[in-house]
Structures are given as structure tokens and as C-alpha cells.
Design a protein around this ligand. Structure first.
Ligand SMILES: CC(C)=CCC/C(C)=C/CC/C(C)=C/CC/C(C)=C/CC/C(C)=C/CC/C(C)=C/CC/C(C)=C/COP(=O)(O)OP(=O)(O)O
Ligand SMILES: O=P(O)(O)OC[C@@H](O)CO
Ligand SMILES: [Mg+2]
Length: 229
């Protein structure tokens, strides 16, 4: 299914981490709506291309590159997600890096394939929190970022990112109340079907990352849980 607006479940594969062919097949054939390829540290073009080619070799699932640096920009993905880290203290992570990339690659950009994501990083222990020099917002701040994502920047996606830890469903519920056009993605710490359904009560889509590598059997069950909603 290529319509992003209908996606409910995504697996995020980190090119910096090893995954066997057998496990990769299970992830790709799980019924998830898409595979996102992305991570914060040690993400190389070789790692990205390795995952892309292994997925494409035998699977039809849509594949998205979540771009973390110019180095990994490559054709061949179905979609490209471009993060704007809204709660960064530095403007470069919100828009300058992206503005420079647009200047450079505008002729290669197919607008229908590129989705800008308003990221709000809520786990102060997450690599991305430190990497993008984020500050921890209160719930009222997160809601204001969500409002800006929809009404000021007209972004297609607002991403509540708890990468590495399970977040607060109440925060996700309050954020959802601010959003009508902009899709709400939730990611962070989902390991079980119950955790997936709790976040899916409010989010438009959930993203499961780490548990692919720590407990794949449980991670695969999050797909059916979300689809049953
Ligand atoms: C032709 C075409 C498609 C053009 C696109 C044009 C365009 C505008 C490109 C811009 C691309 C670009 C350079 C974007 C930069 C984005 C950005 C803010 C970079 C700064 C560095 C940074 C903060 C990178 C991280 C990006 C991010 C938000 C990643 C989140 C992913 C995440 C939290 C994954 C979880 O894994 P990880 O963090 O690695 O944790 P573990 O390894 O511990 O699990
Ligand atoms: O790795 P986890 O904690 O599942 O988070 C998923 C995703 O939101 C990371 O960008
Ligand atoms: Mg990583």
C-alpha cells in the first residue's frame, strides 16, 4: 500500500545494526505498512544501500529513507522522510541543514516522494536528543509544537519521538487533540502488542525500532495488534 495517509504501522531498521536475512524476511513479510531505514549514529551510505538491496531483492513492502545526513541521500527508495527537529535549541537542526540540502538537490527532488516530519524528541537519554541539542519540553510546549507543525508549517507529519523508551500515552492523546490534517506518528519503546494498541488509540501510526533487534517475536505481534484497531 503506497498511500502514506493510510499507514498505521512501520518498522524502523537501523543501518548501523546487524540483521540476519531470516529476520529481515520476517520483518518485511510481517504485514507492516512500510519499512523506514534510519538512525542517528554510524549511518553510512553502504549500510543504507545494503538494507535497501536486501529488502528489494525479495519483498514488495514500501521502503522509506529517513534522512539523517546528506551522505546517505540515494535514489531507489519509495519515499524520503526529512526530519525537522522542532525542540532543538539550534536552528540548524530545525531548518538550516534541510534548507542547504534543498538548495543542493532541488532538481532531483520529486515532491510527492518527500515528506517533512516535525520531530519532537521527548526522551532526554535518546541519542538523537543529544545529537540535535534538544531541550525537554513540557506537555503544553509539545502541544504548541504540534499546533505549529499543522498551522504554521503545514507539515504532513508530527513525530512524537521517545526513541529507546516507552512514552506517556496521555501526552500522545493531548497532542492528537491539536492535530487535524497533520498525521501523528508515535515512536519509542514499543515492545508488546498492548503497548502498540495503547499508543495507537491516539496516534495515526506507530513506529517500532529497537525491539526488532531485542525481541523480534514480540515485535512482529505489534503489527496485528495495530491492524485490529
Ligand atoms: C532528492 C531528495 C530526496 C532530497 C531531499 C532533500 C532534503 C531536504 C534533504 C535533507 C536531508 C537532511 C540532510 C536532513 C538532516 C536531518 C537532520 C536534522 C540532521 C541532523 C543530525 C541528526 C539529528 C540526525 C538524526 C535524524 C533523526 C531525527 C533521526 C531519528 C531516528 C532515530 C531516533 C532512530 C533511532 O535510532 P538511534 O537514534 O540510532 O538509536 P539507537 O542506535 O540507540 O537505537
Ligand atoms: O527504537 P524505538 O525505541 O522502538 O523507537 C522507534 C523510533 O521512534 C525511533 O526513531
Ligand atoms: Mg542507531
Amino acid at each position: 500500500m503506497m498511500n502514506i495517509d493510510e499507514w498505521k504501522h512501520m518498522f524502523k531498521l537501523d543501518p548501523a545494526k546487524e540483521i540476519s536475512d531470516e529476520d529481515l524476511d520476517k520483518v518485511c513479510e510481517s504485514g507492516t505498512d512500510a519499512i523506514i531505514v534510519g538512525g542517528t549514529d554510524n549511518v553510512t551510505l553502504d549500510g543504507v544501500l545494503d538494507l535497501l538491496s536486501r529488502i528489494r531483492r525479495s519483498h514488495m513492502v514500501p521502503v522509506v529513507l529517513e534522512i539523517s545526513s546528506e551522505e546517505v541521500l540515494t535514489p531507489g527508495f519509495d519515499y524520503y522522510f526529512v526530519p525537522l527537529v522542532l525542540n532543538s535549541k539550534e536552528k540548524k537542526y530545525v531548518m538550516d541543514i534541510q534548507q542547504k540540502a534543498i538548495k543542493e538537490y532541488i532538481d532531483m527532488m520529486e515532491y510527492s516522494e518527500v515528506y517533512f516530519e516535525g520531530y519532537c524528541v521527548l526522551n532526554p537519554e535518546a541519542k538523537v536528543f543529544h545529537h540535535a541539542n534538544c531541550e525537554l519540553p513540557e506537555t503544553a510546549d509539545v502541544k504548541a509544537y504540534a499546533y505549529m507543525a499543522e498551522h504554521v508549517f503545514h507539515l504532513p507529519v508530527f513525530y512524537v519521538e521517545y526513541s529507546g523508551t516507552y512514552g506517556d500515552p496521555e501526552v500522545v492523546r493531548e497532542v492528537k487533540a491539536e492535530l487535524h490534517q497533520t498525521k501523528l506518528f508515535y515512536g519509542g519503546g514499543i515492545e508488546t502488542p498492548d503497548q502498540a494498541t495503547a499508543m495507537m488509540e491516539h496516534a495515526d501510526a506507530i513506529i517500532v525500532g529497537n525491539s526488532i533487534y531485542t525481541n523480534l517475536k514480540q515485535a512482529l505481534k505489534t503489527v496485528a495488534a495495530v491492524k485490529a484497531e
